[in-house]
Design a protein around this ligand. Structure first.
Ligand SMILES: *Cc1c(COP(=O)(O)O)cnc(C)c1O
Length: 484
């Protein structure tokens, strides 16, 4: 832990909120009977639940991070103009100051930036190597006719690990790929900070430098996704000796200086909305620029409201504040370490995006085709009102032949939107997960009843393979009496 961590008399480590709550939102905790009805109505897909039926919304950190007072204040002075808005100028200044890039293209969110980058650089048959894919990234690479090749290291997918940088790219695999595929087939290498789908695991600066070296030797561009870079920076500062005494601002600049194109989802990095693409290279900027008015909006708003543009500018500056950066990783570590100590299968070491339960370890009686991560997500909602996200086989679309593609990992992600939950809420989630663990043999599989072809996890509907949800509810009532 950092020097600034507050020590308790008992020696116990307790993460502390370095902010106070001044605006609150009421929460509902429905009785279990109503939660069961709600998940049935949602087709056993937590994406389709209504927020009013959710107690702790741990689906995602996307657009759900708490804003600061400074961000909300900035929204009040937004300058509404189609072209040449002062709000945009303030954003552009913030981007240049924080990322060190002169050229900035706004896009309505992260995937819109991915759309533009993919359309600008990928030709049919191209290959895009990355440390790990993200759902929308992969869909956009494929839409542009390219193919994603993941070059994660052998320890990336280990559930129990003490590896500090599970998000690293495997440099030998990268060199091999460049040799076999040919550098002309590789429009860019993509590095994702805080790799979302493997649990918010970081890569090191050392690794990024090694990727840069291969890219330079072969004249290949690097695209850096900094949507989750804050938490990646946290781990670099905590774990990479060269950076222990460096400020978050210096670490971020070091990373950005190693990339040719940088993009982000402002829903994550700056606790606001929107997204954007930044580069120092005028030629690359021009290759992408004309798509912004076509798909997003004029160059000085990119489909984002000027209020959000103001909050993005402030949020980007706050993204290098150590107390903002460390909040989520420290709360996540608290939950992960508590669950791990009880023998509950959870990804270690704790990452930066959320706690990730290992659904395969949790539900060994289910196969990938029973969708264990989806079943665990539904079960946890039923017993707690906590909404997590399936990150397993449901999140993989079928192959061309229509077969399910078993995911390498079956995870239930419990995201920690920044500065949203208190420690007592985290303890409640921990308690219900522990209860579920003790009653895990009651949980059965799911099957699709309505299945979209692309990104099916968003709106697909499923049903339980048996009456296991009713059995879970009965056991809950038996153990908890009339408790909510
Ligand atoms: C969320 C996310 C995206 C996509 O951003 P949206 O704003 O949701 O479109 C891209 N990359 C990473 C790493 C993300 O976490």
């Amino acid at each position: 832990m950092s020097n600034e961590t507050i020590k308790m008399t008992s020696g116990e480590y307790v993460p502390i909120e370095m902010h106070k709550v001044r605006v609150v939102q009421k929460l509902n905790l429905l009785p279990i009977e109503k939660r069961l009805k709600a998940i049935e109505d949602a087709g056993y897909n937590t994406f389709l639940l209504q927020n009013r039926d959710v107690f702790m919304d741990m689906l995602t950190d996307s657009g759900t991070n708490a804003m600061s007072d400074q961000q909300i204040a900035a929204m009040m002075v937004a300058d509404d103009a189609y072209a040449g808005s002062e709000s945009f100028n303030r954003l552009q200044e913030a981007v240049e100051e924080i990322l060190g890039t002169q050229y900035f293209l706004p896009a309505h969110q992260g995937r819109a930036a991915e759309h533009i980058i993919s359309q600008a650089f990928i030709k049919k048959g191209d290959i895009v190597p990355m440390n790990f894919h993200f759902t929308t990234t992969k869909a956009h690479v494929e839409l542009a006719g390219g193919k994603v090749v993941e070059l994660f290291t052998n320890d990336a997918l280990e559930i129990k690990s003490d590896k500090p940088f599970k998000g690293n790219m495997d440099i030998d695999k990268l060199k091999d790929l460049v040799k076999t595929a040919g550098k002309d087939k590789i429009p860019y290498i993509r590095m994702e900070a805080g790799t979302n789908l493997i649990g918010g695991q970081p890569f090191s600066v050392e690794n990024m430098r090694a990727v840069r070296k291969v890219a330079d030797e072969n004249g290949i561009l690097i695209v850096l996704d900094i949507s989750l870079v804050c938490e990646n920076m946290y781990f670099i500062k905590m774990r990479e000796p060269e950076f222990m005494d460096k400020s978050p601002a210096e670490i971020l600049r070091t990373l950005c200086d190693l990339a040719d194109i940088i993009y982000f989802s402002a829903r994550k990095i700056s606790c606001s909305r929107g997204g954007g693409i930044a580069t120092k290279n005028h030629e690359l900027y021009l290759k992408m620029r004309d798509m912004v008015p076509l798909f997003e909006g004029f160059l000085t708003y990119g489909g984002i409201s000027v209020r959000e543009i103001e909050s993005m500018a402030v949020g980007l500056r706050e993204a290098i504040d150590w107390n903002v950066i460390r909040h989520s990783p420290e709360f996540i570590k608290y939950l992960v370490d508590s669950l791990d100590a009880k023998g509950i299968p959870v990804i270690t070491p704790a990452g930066g995006l959320g706690a990730h339960l290992d659904a395969r370890g949790f539900l060994p009686h289910l196969t990938s085709f029973d969708y264990p991560a989806g079943a665990l997500a539904a079960a946890l909602y039923i017993v707690s009102g906590v909404r997590g996200m399936e990150r397993g086989t449901i999140s993989m679309d079928r192959d061309e032949k229509g077969n399910d593609v078993p995911s390498e990992v079956e995870l239930l992600r419990l995201a920690f939107p920044r500065r949203v939950f208190t420690l007592s809420q985290v303890k409640y989630a921990e308690d219900r997960i522990e209860w579920l663990w003790k009653n895990r043999e009651l949980i059965g599989g799911l099957k699709f009843t309505e299945e979209p072809k692309v990104l099916r996890f968003f709106v697909g509907r499923l049903a339980p393979a048996s009456d296991w949800p009713q059995k879970l509810q009965a056991k809950f009532r038996e153990d908890f009496g009339d408790s909510l």
